[in-house]
Write a protein that binds this ligand. Structure first.
Ligand SMILES: [Zn+2]
Ligand SMILES: [Zn+2]
Length: 255
């Protein structure tokens, strides 16, 4: 993950609170366009300069060519309020389990997957198992990717509940592991749309913490009821893959 610095000198008498709001909006548009990762970046104002330090998947994620309509419009507004230009600088790379994003010419398939702790893209490449920056996809909805990020937030909320154990654990776990849950439905719909936009098969990762007596690999696909165990584990992670229903899953650690 890269840490970028976006800053601007304030050369007008603009109200600082108003500017912070407008700058915050710019940052949320960067997120919606898939250019920044995670939701909260350090942001501060020092003397007459506003500075923000977002994470990005690639060094070039903030290139203008990835900007969408909203990013461009808001960047212009902030520049006008400050009467100066936004300045972009790469501060460095985070050392924490840094993995470069997918660089495949063409992925064989994608997987929609996230968890409570990651700020990687919710889309991974089935060929190399690395993160796929959302801005590489055709625009999903309203110039950006908000519906995908909304599923991501919902999933992370459920995963946080089941990790914390005390509130809604069972409910959240079922949202994550039942193919018919609202969360899975939302995710599967996104997979179908990504597939339609990219012509790349897109699989949904179904969490599995179910109890099962006997050989887990004899479990059947929860959607079509057919065999779906993989002969060899995929990416040291996935044990199940149904090519008809486009779902992947893992052996349950709970048995
Ligand atoms: Zn790849
Ligand atoms: Zn199936």
């Amino acid at each position: 993950m890269y840490i970028q610095e976006i800053s601007i000198d304030i050369k007008t008498k603009v109200d600082k609170d108003e500017l912070i709001d407008e700058f915050g909006l710019l940052m949320s548009f960067y997120r919606g366009s898939g250019q920044t990762q995670g939701k909260i970046e350090s942001q501060y104002i020092e003397n007459d300069k506003i500075v923000c330090l977002p994470f990005t998947l690639e060094k070039t994620s903030l290139d203008k060519k990835f900007n969408n309509y909203y990013v461009n419009r808001q960047a212009k507004k902030v520049e006008e309020l400050c009467n100066s230009r936004l300045i972009f600088k790469t501060v460095g790379k985070s050392y924490d389990s840094y993995k470069a994003p997918c660089n495949c010419k063409k992925s064989d398939f994608y997987i929609l997957i996230t968890n409570y702790i990651t700020i990687q893209s919710p889309l991974t490449c089935g060929t190399c198992n690395k993160s796929v920056p959302l801005y590489r996809l055709p625009q999903y909805y309203d110039y950006g990717y908000m519906p995908i990020l909304s599923w991501e937030t919902n999933y992370i909320s459920c995963d946080s509940l089941q990790m914390n154990c005390e509130v809604g654990e069972r409910w959240a776990l079922n949202q994550m592991q039942e193919i018919t849950s609202q969360l899975s439905k939302q995710g599967l719909e996104i997979c179908r749309k990504i597939e339609e936009l990219t012509s790349i098969p897109t699989y949904y990762y179904l969490h599995n913490y179910k109890k099962f007596k006997g050989d887990q690999l004899t479990r059947l696909c929860p959607s079509c009821g057919k065999k779906w165990d993989l002969k060899t584990q995929l990416h040291n992670l996935y044990d199940f893959k149904c090519d008809k229903c486009k779902i992947v899953s893992t052996i349950s650690p709970n048995s």
